[in-house]
Design a protein around this ligand. Structure first.
Ligand SMILES: NC(=O)c1ccc[n+]([C@@H]2O[C@H](COP(=O)([O-])OP(=O)(O)OC[C@H]3O[C@@H](n4cnc5c(N)ncnc54)[C@H](OP(=O)(O)O)[C@@H]3O)[C@@H](O)[C@H]2O)c1
Length: 394
């Protein structure tokens, strides 16, 4: 049974929520491997509580600190970029929760599938970059790929109510983030503190900024196309500020199936771990007598140009997902470092995409090269005031 869990990104928001779920589920669920980037104190505390067989630390410069904190007789330690891959392949691991942020999580997601292990995927960037590799590989090997993203978990559950050929469309809900109603002129110079102030979800920094630009929804649209074999025009994005309906599936007879729960990532994480079973949940239950109203509105494509880009990129395919993702990662990092205003994030991504020559049917090396090129192009863009990017074309 798939109960020995590796958590790649255990020190992050999804990682900690996964450990909460494991605490709640108890035996036979076990956190048998934990991986982090550089938060060694947090990782060491997790090791103390969960006694995993192995840990990974991506940032080798902190290895000595980790060794000192763990002392003798602790878990096996894997270091460097390949550490997460080592955890995914570890013999004491049955299921991998991929909760690393960004394209850095791709090699371990791929390694999990190649090792024939169940993959609970939070790391949406891996699918945006390399859905064209991950999905066929998972199908070929019969590896279960369980979505952790709340929207995709909702779609996955709703899809089970009919046949995929009878799906007319998917309604992908979005909170709208902190700037849904902010006057446009104030958004351009929004500070990191403003952008990190999400109205309904508490999440890691990068995804929270992505929610403010709505690049998170852009990534999710592409993720949904891969996971559920949908055309982009079969996905409608709808703003739902309460974040209670996590998404819906409309079948050809007009029936719409939705999944609802409070905004708490422990619910979809637990479902990914226990699937196809269900277990008592550890999050708050909805009190339907207290829900005054659920609101829906169309997204504002002018306010959130990332959404337009998402449809274009999902349609174009090839290396364009890798380029959108890498440019966005670079732009978000630049915004957080105070190098560009919030309003330039999308422009950096647009400029990078506009300079990219899409390669169709890319292999892994092509995707990694597109990622490298896009980061360089975006950096050039950022350095020149997000004006004229001049990196060589990939
Ligand atoms: N948070 C949510 O509610 C939520 C919901 C749906 C989907 N997701 C997706 O889940 C993923 C994780 O999000 P999060 O919010 O949990 O992020 P987070 O809080 O920033 O945590 C990221 C985790 O990844 C590790 N990490 C960062 N860079 C790494 C690298 N280069 N190599 C290896 N590990 C690295 C971090 O380690 P350190 O702590 O040591 O730096 C941390 O454990 C993202 O893809 C996000 O889009 C998140």
């Amino acid at each position: 049974m798939s109960k020995r869990v590796a958590i790649l990104g255990s020190t992050g928001s999804i990682g900690c929520s996964t450990l909460d779920v494991i605490r709640h589920l108890g035996s036979p669920y076990k956190a048998s491997a934990l991986g982090a980037h550089r938060q060694v104190e947090k990782l060491a505390a997790q090791v103390k509580e969960f006694s995993p067989a192995a840990v990974a630390l991506a940032d080798e410069s902190r290895a000595e600190d980790l060794r000192r904190l763990l002392g003798h007789g602790g878990p096996k330690i894997f270091l460097g970029e390949s550490g997460m891959v080592d955890l995914a392949r570890h013999p004491d691991v049955d299921v991998v929760v991929a909760a690393v942020v960004g394209a850095a999580g791709l090699p371990a997601a791929l390694a999990t599938i190649r090792a024939g292990k169940k993959l609970a995927l939070a790391n949406k960037e891996a699918l945006v970059v390399a859905g064209s590799l991950l999905i066929p590989e998972a199908r070929r090997r019969g590896v279960p790929l369980l979505p952790v993203d709340s929207e995709h978990s909702a779609i996955f559950q709703a899809m089970a109510c009919g046949r995929s050929r009878d799906v007319r469309r998917v309604i992908l809900t979005a909170s709208g983030g902190p700037f849904r109603t902010t006057p446009l002129k104030s958004i351009y110079n929004a500070t990191p503190a403003d952008a990190l102030n999400h109205p309904t979800w508490r999440m890691g920094g990068k995804i929270t900024i992505d929610s403010a630009t709505m690049f998170n929804k852009a990534l999710e649209l592409i993720e949904a196309c891969w996971l559920f074999d949908l055309r982009p025009d079969q996905i409608q994005i709808v703003i739902h500020p309460e974040s209670i309906i996590h998404s819906m599936v409309e079948f050809i007879d007009g029936s719409v199936i939705a999944q609802l729960s409070p905004p708490d990532m422990r619910t979809p994480i637990q479902y990914a771990l226990t699937y196809p079973d269900r277990a008592d949940g550890c999050s708050r239950r909805m009190d339907w007598t207290q829900v005054q109203a659920l609101h829906f509105e169309p997204p504002d494509f002018e306010r959130f140009p990332a959404l337009k880009l998402a449809y274009q990129v999902a349609e174009a395919g090839g290396t364009s997902g890798a380029v959108l993702n890498a440019a966005n990662e670079a732009a978000v990092a630049a915004f957080m470092a105070g190098k560009i205003p919030f309003g330039e994030i999308c422009r950096v991504v647009e400029l990078t995409i506009s300079q990219h020559r899409i390669q169709t049917n890319p292999g892994l090396d092509d995707l990694l090269e597109a990622d490298r090129w896009a980061r360089q192009c975006a950096e050039t863009c950022i350095a020149s005031g997000a004006g004229a990017a001049s990196a060589p074309l990939a």
